[in-house]
Design a protein around this ligand. Structure first.
Ligand code: NAP
Length: 220
């Protein structure tokens, strides 16, 4: 089959590998947020389609028979576009969605529904590991009393708007002991993150559990 995978996460790359090995003609689509994405089996295209109509046009021009949404659970726009585009192009849509992390007995989670709620629940003068993408950081600039440790894969193009912060470049470790070291070295008192699920970003949650550090967890 000619398959288009909307990807951008580890699971999507694994899925592409599996489908290519089965003999399908697979194209993975990335938004282009990461400067040097890891190699993916099959074809890769990078950049937005130009909304629903652009995606429909891509599907039709390339004779795509199956669309798979394997994007990050918080990438809501592209998932909504995929639903509409698959209807308009009259092709099947498969949705692969990661399960959220489940709170364990020793976890100190404060579960909130929005970024704004997360911001308002940060205690005064806290030291926060802000584990969010670049596009969500601006909202936290009003918390001038707070120190933010911000981790990003690539150097941001513009200076972060946070008055008191440190930038940590690179991906999170999958080993909780490494994450614990990061939390200790930066005297982190709380973590702010989203309930992304998956294994890639879970080690910080395990480290927080081990250190009994509260996590302000933004729910799905
Ligand atoms: P989003 O808000 O849902 O999408 C915004 C726009 O970016 C879409 O309308 C689309 O532009 C383009 N886009 C998004 N994903 C695309 C893809 N896979 N291929 C081509 N265009 C795409 O998405 P987002 O939250 O910015 O996430 C962007 C990408 O990063 C996704 O692929 C996602 O899987 C990955 N990612 C996101 C997060 C996160 O925290 N949100 C974390 C890890 C990885 P057009 O309308 O022009 O088509």
């Amino acid at each position: 089959m000619k398959i288009l995978i909307l990807g951008g996460i580890k699971e999507a790359a694994s899925l592409a590998g599996k489908l290519v090995a089965e003999g399908h003609d697979v194209t993975s689509s990335l938004a282009g947020r990461t400067k040097e994405p890891k190699p993916i089996k099959g074809k890769v295209r990078i950049g937005g389609f130009g909304g629903i109509n652009g995606l429909v046009e891509y599907i039709k021009t390339n004779d795509i028979e199956l669309l798979i949404d394997c994007t990050h659970p918080f990438a809501r726009q592209i998932s909504a576009n995929a639903i509409e585009a698959s209807k308009l192009a009259n092709i099947k849509l498969e949705i692969h969605s990661r399960a959220p992390w489940e709170k364990q007995p020793n976890d100190l989670w404060l579960e909130v529904n929005t970024l704004e709620e997360a911001r308002e629940n940060i205690p005064k003068n806290a030291c926060i590991l802000l584990a969010l993408g670049r596009q969500y950081i601006d909202l936290f600039k009003t918390r001038k009393d707070v120190f933010f440790l911000v981790r990003m894969v690539d150097q941001p193009e513009h200076a972060l708007p946070l008055s008191n912060h440190k930038l940590l470049l690179g991906k999170p470790s999958s080993n909780w002991r490494d994450e614990k070291r990061v939390l200790e070295e930066n005297t982190i008192t709380h973590i702010v993150c989203r309930n992304s699920g998956g294994t890639g970003a879970y080690a910080k949650i395990e480290a927080a559990r081990n250190m009994q550090i509260p996590v302000i967890m933004i729910s799905r």
